[in-house]
Design a protein around this ligand. Sequence first.
Ligand SMILES: [Zn+2]
Length: 338
Amino acid sequence: MVTVSNCAEQQPLVMQHTLASEVSCMGVGLHSGASVTLTLKPAAANSGIRFVRTDLEAGKNEILAEYQNVCDTLLCTKISNEHGASVGTIEHLMAAISALEIDNLLVEINGPEVPVMDGSSAPFVFLIESVGLKEQDAPRRYIEVLKDVSLELDGKAVRLSPAESFVIDFSIEFASEAIGKQRISFDVSASGFKHRYSKARTFGFLHEVEHLRSMGLARGGSLDNAVVVDGDRVLNETGLRYSDEFVRHKVLDAVGDLYLAGGRLLGRFTADKAGHQLNNMILHSLLEDQTAWRWAYKAAPAKQESNVIAFPSKRSRHAASYDVAAADVALATATPAE
Ligand SMILES: [Zn+2]
């Protein structure tokens, strides 16, 4: 890794981005079944990703999307604030926000759960691309992993290690022949999320869905927004979107969950059979050890002609816009602002 001290003062850095304008969608929550409206709004530089429950009292309804605010990881990732306001199932939206490199965003929602849409991140990618991004007047801070941090729990394991980009290496193993053993490695910093991962849907077993329903959960769940496995069979008539859709969805979840670090990670995340709980626990382990990480800045690869990044409809031009963001750049470090 190329580390250049005081580089921040000498060359332009990768800058923060927000949405170019606001955009909304409607849908139902996977577990609550409640119909909600979600509105994504541009937000000021250095303000991060913030959820606002517009159905709750102003002043007590804002929740910063950071790992310390995660209050539940049993079925989804849920965040809450000190006033008891919470938003559940944020991970698929957070994955789209992370993969499309949005630093600052206001997420207004008039209910307790982000709409499940089709069970993937694709609808949120579409929503964000429909308005595009805007560059902001502040450099993006990265969280550079400096040493290995690892955790094991109930036969599941996760590790964060130093790396030049943000890489996720995920393995899963299920007795069901419909899933079996699957493993994939993805460089999140490069292009590819939209076509190779964003369409991967959440999944569950039929007996689990029935059990959740009996507990009053998964009320909004159906074959329209989840892959449902019964024994060795996928029940969805249209089959899978990727042959290894299950592990790709686990990668998608990790992209979303790990963006709760409060900045983009520069490191390798290795996970074996992990889920939302370990994704959150490893962030606590990393960020609460001051010797395990530091803030870093990246030198900008090339000047954008405009400060609005459009997402044009032609695939070839998509690739070009992603390549600019993902170009190999020297890593510069600077003293954190706080
Ligand atoms: Zn998921």
